[in-house]
Design a protein around this ligand. Sequence first.
Ligand code: NAD
Length: 419
Amino acid sequence: MSKVYVQSGQLVVPDCVTVPFIEGDGVGAEITPVCQKIVNEAVKIAYDGKRSIEWMEVLAGEKAFKQVGEWLPESTLAAFRDYLIGIKGPLTTPVGGGITSLNVALRQTLDLYVCLRPVRWFKGVVSPLKEPQNVDMYIFRENTEDIYAGIEWEQGTPEAKKFLNFLQNEMGVTKVRFPETSAFGVKPVSVEGSKRLVRAAISFALQHKLPSVTLVHKGNIMKFTEGGFKRWGYEVAETEFAESTFTMNQYDKLKHDLGEESAKAAIAEAVNTGKLIVKDCIADAFLQNTLLMPDDYSVIATLNLNGDYISDQLAAMVGGIGIAPGANINYATKHAIFEATHGTAPNIAGKNVVNPCSLLLSSVMMLEYIGWDEAAVLITNALEKAFENGEATNDLARFMPNGTSLATDEFGQRIVELL
Ligand code: NAD
């Protein structure tokens, strides 16, 4: 068993690395072995057999409940904590009391504050856009705060009544339209939570030499929470990355103080000297803009709920959830869990038709995260070739003019051949 560990702030990765994995419920049993086979082969080819992955199964979801009577055993959390990285298939959300979502529990326990979703188009995959090749974005979604914190009270309960009393009597709130029948939710957005997310997005953009980071928010309406996110985001850029960024906040100040020509000259110089441009966009306009001019955007930093909507829209623009990868990361501790972003797809489970690409591309993200880029590139290239040939699982192949529908295991075998 060889663990990835952190030394002087950097990941140290042994040549034979142990990766804990959760197989996943429903289609998990089909996609997980296919992905592991492809990854093993890619690593073998890329490093002449000198590197390898030892997969270590840990339990979660229905499989865990059946085997040990718990949905998320402590030993699983301990493995992800110890081994730093891990990968998971989709999990059924247990209905009824107890844990509401296993995914949320994993994110909270390890404080995985970034949900990273890269979005790119593969030639051959049918997209609703005219120019899907212009879509190349990385969404950094804040993963621990916002209205997702789960602080809410049901309509008609004593708690809702108590909260209403507090609002009306102690805070002087008079704006609740139907006070007696309202449910309430609380939206915490902090300086630390916002700054660490934006810091991660800017660092990633600089490391990968990407042109811009866009802070997406609804600060025009929610001035202190979403507006705070934008303000603190600009602050991070201007104080912690002053040498390497130019912000639209600075542009606006220059325009105000010295006029538009000076501001334009400053931004032109920033672009010419390779500075990262940090800008912001109101969430609703942003969703429209991604369809009309996707090439204006590269790295997106946003709050939890906005990030949820944005992730699904962008995924749909390049082929849907069957092909959208994701990772939950804490860039301070370096803990990272890579995951299939779709659910357990019970309607197709056991039929050997599920698309393994979401988990496979998440495996590619994992390889990149540990610095095994050569193996990652082999898999990405093989996928590009397959899609260009019209070879895909049915969810994608049925829309391709030259499409051939392959079963999940056949598709996996084809990717291995194309590596
Ligand atoms: P789903 O993503 O499982 O399925 C939605 C639709 O997309 C279905 O028609 C399904 O067949 C299709 N689909 C999903 N993934 C596919 C793939 N890889 N290839 C081809 N088609 C695919 O969402 P749902 O039906 O709303 O949820 C089912 C279960 O999954 C629920 O228990 C839910 O809580 C859980 N879920 C888990 C996660 C997760 O673990 N990350 C995410 C979403 C839903």
